[in-house]
Design a protein around this ligand. Structure first.
Ligand SMILES: [Zn+2]
Length: 83
């Protein structure tokens, strides 16, 4: 047990806790303002919602993972996931 790698603790400088930094933290925590969903490939703003892996429960489709696809790209045979 002599060749164990040694770990050195490096003392990093802590983030400054100035009033400015506190405001920055608060702003980062805030929800982002709503923005228009736009396709990063074609610039289209029309989306289609799909669901992957839905379950049929009591004759009703439930659950699944929701995904937004660009409808314009989808028509061209491309599957561009927007969120
Ligand atoms: Zn698109």
């Amino acid at each position: 047990m002599t060749d164990r790698p040694r770990f050195h603790v490096i003392e990093g400088t802590p983030a400054p806790d100035t009033p400015v930094e506190q405001v920055r933290k608060r702003v980062r925590k805030m929800a982002k303002p709503p923005s228009m969903i736009q396709c990063h490939r074609c610039g289209g703003r029309e989306v289609i919602q799909t669901k992957i892996g839905m379950l049929l429960k009591d004759g009703k489709p439930t659950g699944g993972t929701r995904q937004l696809l660009c409808s314009l790209c989808f028509m061209r045979g491309e599957r561009v996931v927007l969120g």
